[in-house]
Design a protein around this ligand. Structure first.
Ligand SMILES: [Zn+2]
Length: 70
């Protein structure tokens, strides 16, 4: 499965962006943590495939998965 399929939105493929969390993010990691669409704003966790909304974020390696805050 490629990143566009993981994101699963209808927007053009060139709108797909890899997001890294840098210091001081609590889950900072030197690599991609989430996949984001620049056109519709949809965000998906790189490991969990979970849809991320608001201030939710992907935990490193998808560990300690929490339900999406609503
Ligand atoms: Zn999109």
């Amino acid at each position: 499965m490629n990143n566009k399929e993981l994101l699963n939105c209808p927007c053009p493929e060139d709108q797909v962006m890899m997001v890294e969390y840098g210091y001081p993010h609590p889950e900072s990691w030197d690599g991609v943590s989430e996949i984001k669409c620049l056109e519709c704003g949809k965000r998906v966790g790189r490991w969990s495939g979970r849809v991320l909304e608001g201030d939710d974020y992907e935990n490193r390696f998808g560990r300690n998965l929490k339900p999406t805050l609503k």
